[in-house]
Design a protein around this ligand. Structure first.
Ligand code: PMP
Length: 298
């Protein structure tokens, strides 16, 4: 089913103005559309007892700025201003639980030269928090993550997402919920839109940065582990190590924290409810909802 992202009342943010989504347009002769030369973010806002709060807004806009820098895309905006404008966008659209999508597009130009100018668009739509107990069946993808020598993989660039779409589509066609991709050295990298953690002997492990998108949720999980006194080790992981784990979970802005049932039909032995992942899932939920988290405070 096609999701309804906007209606004839929806406003989008375009270069400082709030305009109707139905009246917004883009030039068809540009590098962003033709070559995927654009940077974006995926951000969530949650309805909390403190009102609607954008989770890690600063971190997301800072990553957008870094993505642009890594790809030679100009970023002439003030991130603090963008944060304020995003709150305004949510308010104008009366959104409480929402997904927020900023996109930096290059000015019309069909050549392969660096862009002279850019535009920023921010769209937002209703997206309820889930924190569900569904566990995922993943398949190791036949696709690898892009080689970091072919493009800056730490940048959230539109062009990278063809890789994510191919991997996800392949996994679903094979009857799995989603894919897990290896990097160009055949080490575990990440899912098409989430990072991965595995649990082994009471410790968490996650692929080190370098060949993955440095997820903001990944960073949040590491911070939660520090507070909860859980050992977390960032290192290269093989597919064998992944399959021999006691349990595992994905984490990302969209996915939140979601347990993994199996990889290539090899089922993780540990009961999810007794895993570190389940503890992190609860702690993450409390954090995004700005609830007092006794588990963290103790
Ligand atoms: N890896 C990839 C490839 C992603 O697209 C995402 C989603 N942005 C993530 C990891 C998770 O990042 P974050 O926690 O910042 O949403």
């Amino acid at each position: 089913m096609m999701m309804q992202y906007y209606n004839n009342k929806t406003l989008v943010y375009v270069d400082g103005d709030f305009i109707k989504a139905t009246e917004a347009s883009t030039d068809l002769y540009g590098q962003s559309l033709h070559y995927g030369y654009a940077a974006f973010e995926g951000i969530r806002a949650y309805k909390t007892h403190n009102g609607t709060r954008i989770f890690k807004a600063r971190e997301h806009f800072e990553r957008l700025k870094r993505s642009c820098a890594l790809a030679n895309i100009p970023f002439p905006w003030d991130t603090e201003q963008l944060m304020r404008d995003t709150y305004k966008l949510l308010e104008l659209n009366k959104l409480k639980d929402a997904y927020i999508r900023p996109l930096v597009m290059c000015d019309p130009n069909m050549s392969l030269s660096a862009p002279a100018g850019v535009s920023i668009v921010i769209c937002a739509w209703e997206w309820a928090a889930y924190f569900g107990d569904k566990l995922l069946s993943l398949a190791v993808s036949s696709y690898q993550r892009p080689n970091p020598k072919s493009a800056p993989v730490e940048a959230k660039l539109s062009a990278h997402y063809v890789n994510s779409i191919l991997a996800s589509t392949e996994a679903k066609a094979r009857g799995f919920d989603d894919a897990i991709l290896l990097d160009h050295h055949d080490k575990v990298a990440e899912a098409p839109n989430a990072n991965i953690f595995i649990e082994r002997d009471g410790k968490l492990y996650t692929p080190k940065t370098g060949n993955i998108l440095p997820g903001i949720t990944r960073r949040t999980v590491i911070e939660l582990c520090r507070v909860l006194d859980i050992d977390v080790i960032e290192k290269e992981l093989t597919a064998i190590e992944l399959k021999n784990a006691d349990s595992a979970f994905l984490c990302g802005t969209a996915a939140e924290i979601v347990g993994i049932h199996s990889v290539d039909s090899i089922v993780f032995p540990q009961n999810w409810n007794e895993s570190i992942g389940a503890v992190i899932q609860r702690a993450y939920k409390n954090l995004v909802l700005e609830k007092v988290n006794y588990e963290v405070i103790i």
